[in-house]
Design a protein around this ligand. Sequence first.
Ligand SMILES: *Cc1c(COP(=O)(O)O)cnc(C)c1O
Length: 360
Amino acid sequence: MRVFNFSAGPSVLPLPVLEKAAAELTEYGDSGMSVMEMSHRSKAYEAIIGRAESLLRSVMNVPDNYKVLFLQGGASLQFASVPMNLMVNKKADYILSGQFSTKAYKEGCKYGDAVAIASSKDRNFAYIPKIKREDVREDADYLHICFNNTIYGTKYNYIPDTGSVPLVADMSSCILSEPVDVSRFGLIYAGAQKNVAPAGVTIVIVRDDLIGHARPDIPSVMDYQIQADNGSMYNTPPCWSIYMAMLVLEWIESLGGLTAMKAKNEEKAALLYDYLDSQNYYIAAADKDCRSMMNVTFVTGDPELDKKFAAEADAIGIKNIKGHRSVGGMRASIYNAMPIEGVQTLVSFMEKFAKNNPKG
Ligand SMILES: *Cc1c(COP(=O)(O)O)cnc(C)c1O
């Protein structure tokens, strides 16, 4: 029996995608072999990676002057790849809105003058700092932000105005959840294991003019120019994850693309947030004006009750609902592939649990 898996990542994948992958697991098309066994230089595989890229371009409406790369190393390697490729003036600005953006900033500090121009650490990252164009150094090579904060359940409700400074965004936990105007960003990156595919592939979407200026000591596999020149195949790409990304993109396209995803995601998130706002047993952890549509965080205010909640939820098939230790309480990750029934099941469990466990 399939459970409702609220894991923050690796996370739920669409059932039709898993079924398709299972059906062609041992023989892909007329190739007589699994995608896992194929040369990445074969005709069959070239068609897969090519289709993954063209689907991503059409689904996200990626402008022609952007490269799409399929890399390895996770979002965490991008924390280093971004400064190594983009820090031409050796200056970069960062907004700290959680653990991942803080890690990115720390990595950036290794390669130049990285400055944290704003932070929401004062309230345990429960909100998104607001910045103005003047806050960004004019000669900074980029401003780095984390668009959706997986751990805290916050999301940017605005795109920072950086003037001519390129905006770099970690979109690991919100990519493909709604339409974004790619042209507002210099670079977007995302580890796949939240909303795109199994772990293994990291998507980088980067504007042409920003590549080709990497520091000379950069490892070749991290050099965007080298990867772009080689169609993401400077070395063996994460073949299986890219294939799965292709299937997920086909699934998204068949449902109506990102506009349809957004409508579904808004409906799911509203179910949870409307319930949270209608009662006072659970407390939503993130500020209202920057709530994530993908990761919904809440606490009871009593760590013992939180523990009981997660255990009882688990027993009825609501899995991985325990929050990250730095927030506590619960976190429901409701990515694209989470069916609305999962959220409905969760909300009715929350109601029942509140009734059965009155606070002292
Ligand atoms: C999960 C996550 C990461 C880390 O991704 P890895 O692929 O494990 O390196 C970074 N940023 C965000 C926003 C994430 O959600």
